[in-house]
Ligand binder design. Structure first.
Ligand SMILES: *Cc1c(COP(=O)(O)O)cnc(C)c1O
Length: 368
């Protein structure tokens, strides 16, 4: 059976091998007589699943030993509160607002600390990125928050800012929900990274947090214990019952990522090559057409989420219906920007993007 190509922004496509393995192991995981869903999180079976997942993620993402990896719940939106509860000390935080997600983050943080917008791309309707040298950073900020890939607007940082070079000692917090594992991370520039799994790593329900150890232990006293990074870290993410099945699927995805190779590269470096090839194929098709367009400045176009518009918006529904009948699913753009959005995360093969481009060209021909 060939499955359709699914361009959902999240929860999103998973590697087929991962789904097949999960199906094969559904009733009896490795001779245990249990489904992973039925296991105690304290038993040796689940502990081994957990430890492998953590070790694979650390290796895959080259996470240094002075960072903890936490498997939490609540998604990216809960982290918008959990981060200031843990590391703002009730003081101040600077936000770079580049689209809907970082805007949500700064609004939530206002409940817990003094928030300043250090820079924004409001004036160009979230289609560019303010250069780091223009950011208005405060000396005493507890942290600086950015969203490395704005999933809705399709705007991505191609490099992480070097806050030290900008005169700031504040830790950089990155929301990498829709970017994680699509390319390497320069951890020397990061204090804390968080992301829900459902874009690029696994199913909804588990949130990855990678935190530098010196940022643990500063939570406000009102911080819920289950969301206190120090307590979560001291209990290997098992202070309370973790989302066991989501962690298992994410673990299968990490193992799949480790197996991927491209030219002489493997893992995340291989994924980056593939993601670059997929994104340029799609952007080139959009740019070379008079029928479709993308508004984002070339230097910050997202490799993961490609929003595009039809010049004649009255054809949107026909485009989507035709796409579905060609086995190209979930291409409708977010309601706040309209048009189309193709999310081409790690699990999307180049063949899926080739099929989309072929359909776009065919649709354009039949409409003119
Ligand atoms: C999807 C997304 C979120 C929200 O994640 P939830 O799991 O729904 O809370 C936050 N930030 C970014 C960049 C996202 O793409």
């Amino acid at each position: 059976m060939t499955r359709p190509y699914n361009f959902s922004a999240g929860p999103a496509k998973l590697p087929e091998e991962v789904l097949q393995q999960a199906a094969a192991e559904m009733l009896d995981w490795h001779g245990s007589g249990m489904s992973v869903m039925e296991m105690s999180h304290r038993g040796k079976e689940f502990i081994s699943i957990y430890e492998n997942a953590e070790a694979d993620f650390r290796e895959l993402m080259a996470v240094p030993s002075n960072f903890k990896i936490l498997f939490m719940q609540g998604g990216g939106l809960a982290e918008n509160a959990i981060v200031p509860l843990n590391i703002s000390c009730g003081a101040s935080a600077d936000f770079v607002v580049t689209g809907s997600w970082s805007d949500k983050s700064q609004k939530e943080a206002r409940k817990y600390c003094d928030v300043q917008i250090a820079a924004s791309n409001d004036s160009n309707d979230h289609t560019g990125l303010p250069p780091p040298a223009s950011w208005n950073l405060r000396r005493n900020a507890s942290y600086v928050h950015i969203c490395t890939n704005e999933t809705i607007h399709g705007v991505e940082f191609q490099d992480l800012p070097d806050l030290k070079a900008l005169g700031s000692d504040a830790p950089l917090v990155i929301d990498f929900s829709s970017q994680v594992a699509s390319r390497p991370v320069d951890w020397s520039r990061v204090g804390l990274a968080f992301g829900g799994a459902q874009k690029n790593l696994g199913p909804a329900g588990v949130t990855l947090v990678v935190i530098r150890e010196d940022l643990l232990g500063h939570a406000l006293s009102v911080c819920p214990s289950a969301f206190n990074y120090k307590i979560v870290a001291d209990n290997q993410s098992m202070y309370n019952t973790p989302p066991t099945y989501s962690i298992y699927i994410a673990g299968l995805t990490f193992a799949w990522l480790k197996r991927q190779t491209e030219n002489s590269l493997s893992g995340v470096a291989a994924m980056e090559q593939r993601n670059l090839a997929k994104a340029s194929l799609l952007y080139d098709a959009i740019d070379s057409s008079a029928f479709y367009f993308n508004k984002v400045a070339a230097h910050c176009r997202s490799r993961m989420n490609v929003p595009f518009l039809l010049r004649d918006e009255s054809r949107n529904n026909a485009f989507l219906a035709g796409a579905a009948s060609h086995g190209l699913l979930q291409l409708k753009g977010h309601k706040s920007v309209g048009g189309m959005r193709a999310s081409i995360y790690n699990a999307m093969p180049i063949e899926g993007v080739q099929a989309l481009v072929a359909y776009m060209q065919e649709f354009e021909r039949t409409q003119s």
